[in-house]
Ligand binder design. Structure first.
Ligand code: DC
Length: 207
């Protein structure tokens, strides 16, 4: 069983994808981490994330980089969004994602283009979203909890810019795939969002 979970940043898709993986006993891949690793490596080498050549050269990274907590920052998320517009970068990361989706028994993948490009054959497809205000508030609480000095306004502006870039790019833009169930988590606490996601997957897979 392949479960595709797509959606914008801070929509809750990561939490939902991890919970679905645990519930259905499937391995999980956070595909955003792959783009974050590329973005991080470009910056680490002093390269330009808007240069397709610099970004492509950074697509070969050690697996150990995926465990680096630095990848989770907002700054690296923005770098990931910039490198992800280059078609050559997306191509370089495609085989790894398809292989993960195609493993025996299935898998859960979350990202922006799982149901549209990586695994259109997925048995269950969710498009997880939430209002910009709700997503910005979540990020604000999370970042304040880490002791970061941020304002809600600046987070909202960053989220809106990232949404615009991810949705407007010409290759594999963020969009709800045909057949994907919409799950708006704006007013849902995590446990309720997870329960709703499990119910939608059960409905799509007749379980
Ligand atoms: O899900 P995330 O915030 O970790 O993703 C970081 C960026 O990576 C996102 O802004 C766009 C890009 N991305 C992508 O283009 N395709 C994916 N499947 C996952 C992420």
């Amino acid at each position: 069983m392949i479960i595709a979970v797509d959606g914008p940043t801070a929509s809750g898709k990561g939490t939902i994808a991890r919970a679905l993986a645990a519930h259905f006993g499937l391995p999980h891949l956070d595909t955003g981490l792959l783009y974050r690793a590329v973005g991080w490596q470009v910056a680490d080498r002093g390269g330009n994330p808007d240069s397709a050549d610099d970004a492509l050269a950074a697509t070969a990274f050690p697996d150990s980089l995926l465990d680096n907590p630095a990848l989770r920052s907002e700054a690296v998320g923005a770098l990931a969004s910039r490198v992800s517009v280059h078609p050559a970068v997306r191509d370089a990361l495609l085989a790894r994602q398809r292989a993960f989706a195609g493993q025996p028994g299935g898998a859960v993948l979350d990202g922006r283009d799982i149901a549209t490009v990586i695994a259109p054959q997925a048995d269950a497809k969710l498009f997880v979203t939430a209002s910009v205000a709700a997503r910005a508030l979540r990020r604000y609480v999370e970042m304040r909890g880490r002791g970061e000095d941020v304002s809600r306004e600046s987070i909202e502006a960053d989220l809106a810019a990232r949404d615009a870039r991810d949705s407007a790019r010409s290759v594999a833009p963020l969009r709800q795939a045909e057949g994907a169930a919409l799950l708006d988590t704006s007013a849902l606490p995590p446990a309720a969002a997870i329960a709703a996601a499990i119910a939608l997957v059960e409905k799509q897979t007749n379980r």
